[in-house]
Design a binder for this molecule. Sequence first.
Ligand SMILES: Nc1ncnc2c1ncn2[C@@H]1O[C@H](COP(=O)(O)OP(=O)(O)O)[C@@H](O)[C@H]1O
Ligand SMILES: [Mg+2]
Length: 328
Amino acid sequence: MVKIERMWTESFRPRTLDEVVGQTDIVERLKQFVRRVDFPHMLFSGPAGVGKTTCAEAIVNEIFPPNERSSNVKRLNASDDRGINVVRQDIKNFARIIPSGSSSYKIIILDEADQMTSDAQHAMRQTMERFNEITRFILICNYSSKIISPIQSRCAIFRFKGLNIDEIKLRLQYIAEKKQLQIDEEALNALYDSSEGDLRQAINALQASASLTSDITVDVVYQVQGYVKPTEVRAALMECLETRPNFSAARKRIQVLMESYGLSGQDIVKHLNRELSRISDDEISESVRFAALSMLSEVDYRIATGSNPQIQLDAFLAKIISVAQKQR
Ligand SMILES: Nc1ncnc2c1ncn2[C@@H]1O[C@H](COP(=O)(O)OP(=O)(O)O)[C@@H](O)[C@H]1O
Ligand SMILES: [Mg+2]
């Protein structure tokens, strides 16, 4: 039976600013605003999965009592399918309403604000000014440069950054503990590597790994991500570079990657290319490295234009063996 579980990114979304990982300067500034219970319009910019929406929601949680949230907060997305006109109308309609309960203003959280045309932004700017006394905006975007300067100059700007390795690992370890998972250091590093600082992605990969086993190793992480352990590709190359090269062993390794891991010929070429650039000078001479890289670009082109990947990769392996042998 398939067990359907909530997304961990949601169940582990911090509820308060204190719980947010990293972004320390931003969190400090936001806490000051929250303490004063007054703040300007805000613009949150930065890459995906680093805490922008989380911080906006944490502010809402800290400012409004639970029973006043639904009436005083509106969440909109500027890339909404219903079209920007509807969104603009929604913004205007909500902005003009008097706040309810004890609150002196309402909050509009507008995600993907940088998807708005500059005309739409100009119209929104008027709404921001007109209802400034009763409505505050939190605009969220990836690129602040796409927000018109009259809006930027009316907002306190917060530039979120990709999370670093310690921050990502800290949060993953916390979640792993709550979920009673075993996870080793190497697996945590692999999750960080593939996330590129995006915690949402890292948590999703952790959850996917945990759906296979509660004992998470680097192999599990690679498996769920359809990644090849770089060491497998490296091993295939080394079979060719040994003093006594083993063509069929190298070929076998590449085959396994294609068949069991579902990698395409071009995926393999990419991995080979990366490993060739990484192998140390002790293991490969410069001339063999250059020859191999240049053959690889040829193979890449041929596969892209329709040649059989298996045949091309076999030919590649055979050629490096012969180039490396001639050197000896
Ligand atoms: N700084 C952070 N601290 C803790 N969790 C985070 C942080 N950034 C992202 N996350 C996790 O990733 C999910 C997505 O984060 P979110 O704030 O929605 O990203 P975005 O920056 O794209 O708005 C959250 O639900 C949370 O689980
Ligand atoms: Mg977001």
